[in-house]
Design a protein around this ligand. Structure first.
Ligand SMILES: Nc1ncnc2c1ncn2[C@@H]1O[C@H](COP(=O)(O)OS(=O)(=O)O)[C@@H](OP(=O)(O)O)[C@H]1O
Length: 795
C-alpha cells in the first residue's frame, strides 16, 4: 500500500467516518510482534485517547471522529453560505521496529472532507413547526455563578423587538441574552450548536464574534442575535455556550467594546483563563487536570506527605507556589508544592482555617477550628517560623479569604448558619449529686453504660443536656440525623431539646437551618443523582457535594448507630410551598423535603402544632421583647391588618395542612409525627410519650413535671432541666381575654384552615356538632381546634 491508502475516509456523513485499511498492515502482522504500527490523528501524540490507534488491533469496522475531536479543523469557504463546511484532519502513521528502539518511521497524512449540508443542516427563513430549544451549557467555571441566559424570540409584529416570554422555536429569529447589568464578570466566547447535547457541530460565535453575516454579538459581549436556523431531521437543537471570565483587574474587557469588524474578538481585550484546573480530591492519587476548553481530564501525579493530605486542608498561593496544610490527615504538617517539602509545623492542630499568601512571600493563617474550639487567632509564617499576630473580631471558619492589594477580605463560612435569634443558654437545675440522681433514675438495663459514659457537658457546643447520659457503648461518629424537628415555630419545638437527656438520644442543640438554605437543598438534589459518569464535571460535583455534606456534619453532634440523632430547626416548616421558578418548579418546601430524604432515606420528622392564636401572640411578644422600640398594641394592630388583608404573614401562622401534607406524601405518613403542642404543655408525659413511642424508645426514666413557678413543663428525670426564663412568658397572658376584638377577627380568618386540619387529621369525618363535642372532650387531641370550628356561643 502507499501511505495515503492506510486510512480511508468517507465524507458522506456529517462527520469523518474513518476505516483503517488493514490489508496494508497484513505483512507486518505476519512478522509477529517485531513491528507496531500506530495511527495518530491530530497533533497530540502523547494523548492516549480515542485518537490513537494501534492499527493491528483495530477491527475492520470503521470508526467515527466528531468535528470536535482529534484536532479537526473546521473552516467555512464562504462565510455567507453556511451550507458549505470544510473539515481537515491530519495525522501520522508511525511504524516502529520493536527490536531496535531507534527505528521509527513517521508518515504524515491529511484527511479532508468538504461537506455540503444538503441533508442535515440548512438555513431556513421559514418558520418550522419544531420543538423548543434545549440549552446545554458548557461553562468554564462554577455553574452556580453563571445562570442560563434568557432566550427571546423576535416579535412577530415588530422586527428588532424581542419577546422573552414566548417559547423559542426552531426557525425563529432568536436573541440569547445574559443581562448586562446583572452579571458583569464574563462574556460569551464561543457558541456551538449541534443536534445532540454537547455535540459541537457548527460554531456560531468564536472569540466573542459572530461567524456569520447578519448574526450579531452585542458590544458588551453577552447578547447574541441569531438568524433563523434549523436542522433537518431534528426536532430540537442544543447550544453549547463557552463563556470566558473577566480578569478582575482588567476593566477594558468587562466594560469595553469588542470590535469584530476589525477581527478583534474579546480574547484580545483581556487575559485568557488558565487552560487547566488542577483538581485535587480527598485522595491525591485521584488528582487530575481538567481542561477548560473541552472538558477533558488527564491524570496527574502529585506527591505529598500522604494520599489523603488534602482532606479539609486549606491552601494559599504565594509567588506561584501552592502551600497547603492543616487537614484531617495531619493537622499540623505544612507542605509547599516545590516537590512537597515540609515547612515548620504549625504549633496547634487546626482545620477549616483561612490561609492567605502575602506579596512579601509570607503566609498568614486566620480563624479555623482547633480541637473543638473555634478560633479568632491570626498567625504569620515568616522565615520558616510561626508568630501569633492578633485576633479577628469574631471566630470564623469554613469560609473564604481573599487578598486584594493590601486588604484581606474574609467571608464567613459555617459560623453564619448557626446564627440564632435568641441566646441559647438554658436554665440548668443541678442536684447536689447529679451523678447519683441520674444513675438512680435511668432504667436498670441502661445503668452500666450510663455510668461508664457519664460526664458533664457544660460548655460543649450544641449540647442540650447538662450531662452525657448514654446507654450505648458504641463509638459515636459524624453522620446525618435520624429525626428532624421541623416546627412549627412558637409551638414548643424548643422544648424538644429535653430529649437530649434521654439515654438513647443525641440531640443537636441550636437551629442549624441547613435545609432551609435553598441553594443547599438544590445542590443536594443536583449532586446526589447517582450516575456512573466519570467526567471531570461529575467529579467536581461529587467533590462539592462532599464539602456541602461536611459543612452540615461539622455542626451535628456525633452519634452511634444505635442512637437516635435529632436536629431541630423550625425554619424547615416555614419555607413557601408555592412554585417558584426562580428556585425550582417543585416548590421550595418539596425540594427541601426531597433533600432531607436524599441524605437519609429513612428520615423521620416531628411537627408540633398548637393554637394558632397563641402562636401568633407568642411570635408578636418575641418581636416586642427583642425590639425595644416596638409597642405591643401597635404590633397587635399590625397583625390584625395583616389578617384582614390575608397577607402571607397571617397565612404562615396557620397553613398547617400545607406544611404537613408534602412531608407525609414524600416521607410516608408513618415517618411524620404530628404532635399536639398544647397537650404537650398540659400533659407533658403524654406528649413526650407519643414522641418516644414514635421513635421506638424506652419511656421509663424519662419524666417531666409542670413547674409551678414557670407554669410550663420542665424535665425532672433522668436530669433536671427547664427552658430558659424568656421561654414561656406569652402564654401566661390570656390573649383572647386581653385582645377580644382582634382575636375575634383572627379567629374567623383562621377558621377554614383549622377546619381543613381537623379533616386532614381525621379527627372528625365532617365538621358538625358531633365533631365539636368530640373536640371539647377532656384530653381530646388537638382540642384547640374547637375555638375555630365550633359555634362561638357554645364555647
Ligand atoms: N416546657 C416549656 N417551657 C417554656 N415554654 C414552652 C414549653 N413548652 C412549650 N412552650 C411554649 O413554646 C413557646 C416557644 O415555642 P418554640 O420553642 O417553638 O419557639 S421557637 O420558634 O423555637 O423560638 C413558648 O412561647 P412563649 O410563651 O411566647 O415563650 C411557650 O409558650
Amino acid at each position: 500500500c502507499d501511505r495515503d491508502e492506510f486510512v480511508n475516509v468517507d465524507c458522506s456523513k456529517h462527520k469523518f467516518i474513518i476505516s483503517i485499511n488493514q490489508t496494508c498492515f497484513d505483512q507486518h502482522w505476519n512478522r509477529g510482534d517485531d513491528w507496531t504500527e500506530t495511527i495518530y490523528l491530530g497533533n497530540d501524540r502523547s494523548n492516549s485517547s480515542d485518537c490513537n490507534f494501534g492499527a493491528r488491533n483495530q477491527s475492520s469496522s470503521p470508526f467515527e471522529v466528531l468535528f470536535s475531536d482529534c484536532d479537526v479543523k473546521t473552516s467555512y469557504p464562504d462565510p455567507a453560505d453556511m451550507e458549505k463546511i470544510k473539515f481537515e484532519l491530519n495525522g501520522i502513521v508511525q511504524e516502529k521496529y520493536n527490536l531496535n528502539g531507534n527505528m521509527t518511521i513517521d508518515s504524515p497524512f491529511d484527511l479532508q472532507c468538504e461537506y455540503e449540508s444538503s441533508t442535515s443542516t440548512k438555513i431556513s427563513m421559514q418558520i418550522n413547526s419544531a420543538a423548543a430549544i434545549n440549552i446545554a451549557q458548557n461553562l468554564a467555571l462554577d455553574v452556580d455563578n453563571i445562570p442560563a441566559p434568557s432566550i427571546c424570540v423576535e416579535s412577530s409584529y415588530k422586527s428588532n423587538s424581542y419577546d422573552c416570554n414566548k417559547e423559542p422555536m426552531l426557525g425563529l429569529k432568536l436573541l440569547i441574552d445574559y443581562p448586562s447589568n446583572k452579571f458583569s464578570d464574563f462574556r460569551i466566547n464561543q457558541i456551538w450548536t449541534g443536534a445532540k447535547a454537547g455535540e459541537k457541530t457548527i460554531k456560531l460565535v468564536d472569540d466573542g464574534c459572530a461567524l456569520f453575516q447578519d448574526d450579531l454579538v452585542e458590544s458588551h459581549g453577552r447578547s447574541f442575535y441569531w438568524k433563523p436556523f434549523t436542522f433537518n431531521n431534528a426536532k430540537s437543537f442544543f447550544l453549547t455556550i463557552h463563556v470566558t471570565l473577566c480578569d478582575p483587574n482588567d476593566s477594558i474587557f468587562c466594560t469595553g467594546t469588542t470590535d469584530c469588524s476589525k477581527n478583534q474578538g474579546n480574547e484580545y481585550l483581556f487575559n485568557l483563563l488558565p487552560q487547566h484546573f488542577l483538581v485535587m480530591g480527598e485522595s491525591l492519587s485521584e488528582s487530575y487536570k481538567f481542561s477548560v476548553d473541552d472538558s477533558t481530564q488527564t491524570a496527574v501525579s502529585v506527591t505529598a506527605p500522604s494520599d489523603v493530605f488534602t482532606k479539609f486542608a486549606p491552601h494559599a498561593i504565594i509567588k506561584d507556589m501552592l502551600y497547603i496544610f492543616g487537614g484531617e490527615s495531619d493537622p499540623q504538617k505544612i507542605a509547599s508544592s516545590s516537590g512537597w517539602s515540609s515547612l515548620t509545623d504549625f504549633p496547634h492542630y487546626t482545620r477549616h482555617h483561612f490561609l492567605i499568601g502575602l506579596s512579601s512571600g509570607n503566609l498568614l493563617l486566620a480563624g479555623g477550628v482547633s480541637g473543638e474550639t473555634q478560633q479568632k487567632w491570626i498567625w504569620l509564617l515568616k522565615n520558616n517560623s510561626w508568630t501569633e499576630l492578633g485576633n479577628l473580631q469574631n471566630t470564623n471558619y469554613y469560609g473564604t479569604a481573599k487578598r486584594i492589594n493590601n486588604s484581606i477580605f474574609i467571608f464567613p463560612g459555617t459560623s453564619k448558619f448557626i446564627e440564632i435569634d435568641e441566646p441559647l443558654e438554658e436554665k440548668w437545675v443541678f442536684e447536689k449529686n447529679p451523678y447519683e440522681y441520674i444513675i438512680s433514675n435511668v432504667p436498670e438495663k441502661f445503668r452500666k453504660n450510663v455510668k461508664e459514659n457519664f460526664q458533664s457537658e457544660a460548655g460543649v457546643k450544641h449540647s442540650s443536656c447538662p450531662f452525657t447520659i448514654r446507654s450505648s457503648n458504641k463509638t459515636q461518629k459524624s453522620r446525618f440525623p435520624d429525626v428532624l424537628g421541623i416546627g412549627m415555630a412558637k409551638c414548643g419545638t424548643g422544648s424538644l431539646s429535653f430529649l437530649g437527656c434521654h439515654p438513647q438520644i443525641v440531640y443537636t442543640h441550636g437551629e442549624l437551618r441547613f435545609f432551609s438554605n435553598p441553594s443547599n437543598a438544590q445542590k443536594i438534589l443536583e449532586y446526589s443523582k447517582n450516575t456512573t459518569e466519570n467526567t471531570a464535571q461529575h467529579k467536581l460535583n461529587e467533590y462539592k457535594f462532599n464539602a456541602l455534606k461536611q459543612s452540615y456534619l461539622l455542626d451535628l453532634r456525633p452519634a452511634a448507630d444505635d442512637e437516635i440523632l435529632i436536629e431541630t430547626s423550625p425554619q424547615y416548616a416555614m419555607s413557601s410551598s408555592k412554585e417558584d421558578n426562580q428556585i425550582t418548579v417543585m416548590g421550595r418546601r418539596r425540594m427541601e423535603i426531597h433533600a432531607m430524604k436524599a441524605l437519609n432515606p429513612k428520615i423521620k420528622v416531628i411537627v408540633v402544632l398548637c393554637d394558632p392564636i397563641k402562636r401568633a401572640f407568642s411570635g408578636i411578644s418575641m418581636h416586642v421583647r427583642n425590639n425595644k422600640k416596638m409597642e405591643m398594641q401597635s404590633q397587635i394592630d399590625e397583625f390584625t391588618v395583616a389578617v384582614e388583608e390575608e397577607s402571607n404573614e397571617a397565612r404562615a401562622k396557620v397553613e398547617f395542612v400545607d406544611v404537613i401534607s408534602p412531608f407525609q406524601e414524600i416521607l410516608g405518613e408513618e415517618n411524620v409525627l404530628i404532635l399536639d403542642g398544647e397537650l404537650a404543655i398540659k400533659d407533658p408525659n403524654e406528649g413526650y410519650g407519643q414522641i418516644l413511642d414514635f421513635l421506638g424508645l424506652e419511656k421509663e426514666g424519662f419524666e417531666l413535671e409542670i413547674d409551678a413557678e414557670k407554669g410550663f413543663p420542665c424535665l425532672i428525670k433522668p436530669a433536671k432541666k427547664c427552658l430558659k426564663d424568656t421561654k414561656g412568658t406569652s402564654r401566661k397572658i390570656d390573649v383572647r381575654e386581653e385582645y377580644p376584638k382582634d382575636t375575634a377577627i383572627w379567629t374567623s380568618y383562621f377558621k377554614p384552615f383549622m377546619e381543613s386540619l381537623v379533616l386532614h387529621l381525621n379527627l372528625c369525618s365532617e365538621i358538625n356538632e358531633e365533631c365539636c363535642s368530640k373536640l371539647k372532650k377532656e384530653g381530646a387531641l388537638f382540642s384547640f381546634a374547637k375555638y375555630y370550628v365550633c359555634d362561638q356561643s357554645s364555647q
